[in-house]
Design a binder for this molecule. Structure first.
Ligand SMILES: *Cc1c(COP(=O)(O)O)cnc(C)c1O
Length: 365
């Protein structure tokens, strides 16, 4: 028998979450963000659940090729644009739309020979200070681009740094609007947090939203709001089984570093899941976990291939009992990936993307 760990990608949950995002911005079209191999879910595995998206956005050209190989003929957007001149050949050949965020990319485009002019998204750095033209330089970039025969149409975009937090989007939106209010073209601003939390500020001016994390069923502003609060369903479940049992007495410790000490008799389940499977090593005693759908806690340290859990709330649990590390248990109980991420001092994005190669994955519809 193979080691019992298994990740399950739920197509119906992806479709549900996409529909949820559509209801948050009913007048906008949706770029389903599938960068990083669909946030660790696998582009091919997630595709069926996401095919009602209006387009797919990602960074890697190989991922764009994989989408075309799935026979996706609709829009694909390269969120960081082209990294070198040869990438433009592929954009022409596969009909990829691309972000333009710097002058070097305009130079490449000006030198590119193409029969079909390109659709580009001109990115403003409105305060995030990663990619994009500053407000002062944005119009000059637009003017240069619009003069190029290689360019068919320019859409305008920016990215918010604080859509999930108290600072909000108002200042960035004002900076964007001040420079672009009289420019033609479609607009794109919002990630998941922007669309869910700031829809009212953006509705009139947003043609494309760009949700990623919410589509995969994680809350963009946890713990302010949970995925359930937002009406999102987990698209990824990581499950395993109990492969060993121990009974501790007061004073006994568990695992490396003896970081957990029992203060009385305690039944411990040993689970086939460790940091080499992508389970966060920074999780420690108290991290929530489900056994047979019942919530309990991890105790001690995460090892490479195992974790240890307190079986007190589930006396019926034994060898082979189902353990849900995150997602939905067979019993239907949900453990939000956001809770586990928080216990490990990180975010659900990282947990999903870090699902290890050695974990087998199945798709359920
Ligand atoms: C990753 C990304 C998104 C999606 O962000 P989420 O927080 O996952 O919704 C949107 N826009 C851009 C430019 C991105 O890089």
């Amino acid at each position: 028998m193979p080691r019992p760990i298994l990740a399950t990608i739920n197509t119906a949950a992806l479709a549900h979450n996409l529909a949820r995002m559509r209801s948050a911005a009913p007048d906008a079209r949706i770029w389903a963000i599938v960068k990083a191999n669909a946030y660790g879910h696998g582009i091919e595995r997630a595709f069926e659940g996401l095919r009602s998206a209006d387009g797919f956005a990602l960074l890697d050209l190989t991922e764009a090729q994989r989408l075309r190989a799935l026979d996706w003929r609709g829009p694909i957007l390269l969120l960081e644009g082209c990294f070198d001149a040869r990438d433009l050949e592929l954009c022409s050949r596969l009909n990829l739309w691309h972000v333009v965020h710097c002058n070097e990319q305009i130079d490449m485009l000006a030198a590119h020979k193409t029969q079909v002019p390109h659709r580009v998204f001109l990115k403003m750095n409105s305060g995030m200070n990663r990619l994009g033209f500053t407000p002062q330089r944005y119009r000059a970039a637009w003017t240069r681009l619009i003069a190029l025969p290689q360019v068919e149409e320019i859409s305008l975009m920016t990215h918010f740094s604080d859509a999930d937090g108290p600072k909000g989007v108002a200042a960035q939106l004002a900076a964007f609007y001040a420079v672009t209010h009289d420019l033609p073209g479609e607009r794109s601003f919002s990630n998941s947090a922007g669309a869910l939390r700031h829809g009212h500020e953006l509705a009139a001016r947003s043609d494309w939203i760009r949700p990623g994390i919410a589509v995969y069923g994680s809350s963009p502003d946890f713990p302010t709001k949970s995925a359930a609060d937002w009406g999102l369903q987990p698209a990824m479940t990581l499950a395993s089984k109990i492969i060993g049992l121990q009974t501790l007495q007061a004073g006994d410790t568990v695992g490396y570093g003896s970081s957990f000490t029992a203060d009385g008799p305690l039944r411990i389940g040993v689970v086939a899941c460790g940091y080499a499977d992508g389970y966060p090593r920074h999780c420690t005693t108290g991290t929530p976990v489900l056994v047979g759908g019942v919530r309990t806690r991890m105790v001690g340290r995460v090892s490479m291939d195992m974790i240890t859990i307190d079986l007190t709330p589930v006396p019926v649990a034994g060898m082979g009992s189902e353990v849900t590390l995150w997602g939905r248990s067979t019993a239907g109980t949900v453990l939000a990936v956001d809770e586990v991420a928080r216990a490990g001092g990180t975010v659900a994005y990282e947990l999903m993307c870090a699902l290890a190669q050695r974990v087998p994955v199945v798709v359920e519809t």
